[in-house]
Design a protein around this ligand. Sequence first.
Ligand SMILES: Nc1ncnc2c1ncn2[C@@H]1O[C@H](COP(=O)(O)OP(=O)(O)O)[C@@H](O)[C@H]1O
Ligand SMILES: [Mg+2]
Length: 291
Amino acid sequence: MTPDLLQQGAQRVAEHAKLVSQATESGGRSAGYGRVVQDTAQVDVTHGRILYLEDVSVSFDGFKAINKLSLDIAPGELRCIIGPNGAGKTTMMDIITGKTRPDEGTVFFGSTIDLLRHNEPEIAQLGIGRKFQKPTVFEHLTVFENLELALKTPKGVKASMFFKLDSRQSDRLAEVLHTIHLQDSVRVQAGTLSHGQKQWLEIGMLLMQDPKLLLLDEPVAGMTDHETERTAELFLTLKGKHSLMVVEHDMSFIRTISDIVTVLCDGSVLAQGTLDQVQADERVIEVYLGR
Ligand SMILES: Nc1ncnc2c1ncn2[C@@H]1O[C@H](COP(=O)(O)OP(=O)(O)O)[C@@H](O)[C@H]1O
Ligand SMILES: [Mg+2]
């Protein structure tokens, strides 16, 4: 990365700095990005769980979208979540990230952080990153600028102008570029990337924050077979370094990446086990996989 590239990046980022602080449909984006990378609070995983949900319920107009949901995830685990449309998969992610408040239940990050006591930006700050279904990169910024932006504080144009990556951040950016297979596209405008590359870039933006837990909602929807394979490789490299919760319908993708698969239905866990185990489960076949 040359100084002029950094300079250009800072200037262009400054022009678009307002975008960062603009609220989105969910607030999730501004919650997730535009915060300083810092050593987040220690997450206590001595009990073997990074995420713990117990008896969580939420109703919308009397309809129980989440119904006594209990689930936990181990540190470094890559957990796949499957289930029919309307099962509550996205709503579960909304609850974990603070977008939706459950009516009852317990949601803990590690054994000491009660997520129900935190709002959406705080939860992002604690180290939970979320990837929504649609890619939402800044199309008119380059790949580099998008990744750089993910590190920035929303302190206004002037601060953005003088924002410089320190060496640790530059190293992180190079590492992330490599991880998401976009080293050769660093100066390319994000809008010209393929759908799959945009998804990887957005995952890269999350990785810039070094999240402890990553929630990914249907990440390979709309991808080509080749892009889906690359994404599977990417997730396998992330496993262990981060904990991941991946919602997907693509069974061959799930087969490539999964250890434990959780099947959600009607807002609670219907079955859990290896993909072979859940695929052989009569109840799962009935509600989801079909005969
Ligand atoms: N904000 C909301 N208001 C009303 N109903 C909702 C809301 N969010 C989700 N639902 C309903 O909750 C159920 C679960 O939805 P969702 O979590 O999106 O399922 P999935 O992601 O598994 O397809 C659906 O019936 C959906 O219509
Ligand atoms: Mg969904």
